[in-house]
Design a protein around this ligand. Structure first.
Ligand SMILES: Nc1ncnc2c1ncn2[C@@H]1O[C@H](COP(=O)(O)OP(=O)(O)OP(=O)(O)O)[C@@H](O)[C@H]1O
Ligand SMILES: [Mg+2]
Length: 316
């Protein structure tokens, strides 16, 4: 049995009282064709009914508003208990329980998706590096050797082929490097980040200032991959869309939290927001996996954009 007056009775009883009062008034003071009295009485009845209905349905409308605002890519938000016990508070509690279950399920599927995606990337990177890269290298060597024995015209063509192949090999290597978090397994997170940021700075000419704390609390492989990928995507976004002079990357642990910040002094994040289906959405999905907060917005105290990833490594 519910420990509150059910909504049905909370609506029925006041309505019955209002109608009863109207009936009693009409018995004691019959309208006898007095139209203004009848209309006045009706208006009072409707107003009283309106106030009573508002009180009964108000919490339900507020609850619907809160439910609409729940964003699955920003987990953790829960509906506060809406006043005293009623159908609405039961509904809010059931909704919060459902959010718990959905977020657990989403974290699981995000973890599976991340594992599969990283495995796939690693496989393609290995294939590119070990198969295609080696194959192209062998052909390039063969072209160089043939050039030594060929006549002048053919030798020139063979050297052009050789040079073209070297460019192709470098492209394949770069692609393979970008596909897997290079050095993450062998070197650890911070050296892998340093490598990635240095390469990014060299290839784009943008100054990358890093402040990466080395003595971080122990991080799971997934947490390291998420930090690496979020740093990579945020820096690439900053350079691609913001045209900045400097990008600042900070990795630190304060208290129970690990935080990654990527800030740039570029043209800034679009005010209308831009979180379609690209890198930012993937970053949010990765953040869900760690139960992390991910905020993207204007850089405080200057032009440009700032991306903040914060999470508790114990719970990640
Ligand atoms: N640092 C930034 N400065 C300015 N604009 C940004 C920045 N980061 C993101 N944006 C804006 O947000 C949009 C969405 O970024 P997102 O990473 O989701 O997609 P994308 O970079 O366009 O494509 P993808 O990441 O799939 O290659 C960008 O198109 C850009 O307009
Ligand atoms: Mg992007």
């Amino acid at each position: 049995m519910p420990r509150y007056v059910p909504l049905f009775w909370r609506l029925f009883i006041p309505n019955a009282i209002v109608l009863g009062v109207a009936c009693v008034v009409l018995i004691l003071e019959p309208a006898n064709g007095r139209v203004p009295a009848l209309v006045g009485g009706l208006i009072v009845l409707v107003l009283v009914d309106l106030v009573l209905m508002r009180r009964a349905f108000g919490p339900l409308e507020r609850l619907t508003e809160l439910m609409r605002r729940v964003d699955p890519l920003r987990p953790g938000a829960r509906i506060p208990p809406p006043g005293p016990a009623s159908e609405v508070s039961v509904l809010a509690a059931a909704f919060n329980d459902m959010l718990d279950r959905l977020e657990d399920e989403r974290r699981d599927s995000a973890r599976r998706m991340l594992d599969e995606r990283e495995d796939e990337r690693r496989r393609i990177a290995d294939e590119l590096h070990d198969q295609i890269g080696q194959h192209l290298t062998a052909i390039a060597l063969q072209a160089a050797r043939s050039a030594d024995t060929a006549d002048e015209d053919a030798a020139r063509q063979l050297r052009t082929i050789h040079d073209g192949l070297l460019v192709g090999i470098e492209d394949v290597r770069r692609l393979a490097r970008e596909l897997r978090p290079e050095g993450l397994d062998a070197l650890g997170l911070v050296p892998a980040l340093v490598n990635m940021l240095e390469r990014l700075s060299q290839t784009t000419g943008v100054r990358v200032v890093r402040d990466l704390q080395r003595d971080l609390p122990p991080l799971t492989t997934n947490a390291q991959i998420v930090i690496y990928r979020v740093a990579q995507e945020s820096c690439t976004n900053a350079i691609r869309h913001g045209a900045p002079q400097t990008v600042w990357v900070t990795l630190a642990a304060d208290g129970a939290q690990v935080s990654l910040t990527v800030a740039d002094d570029g043209r800034g994040f679009p005010a209308s927001g831009a979180e379609g289906s690209g890198g930012i959405r993937t970053m949010r999905e990765r953040a869900v996996l760690l139960g992390a907060d991910l905020t993207i917005g204007a850089r405080p105290g200057g032009s440009g954009t700032r991306v903040d990833l914060r999470f508790d490594p114990v719970r990640a």
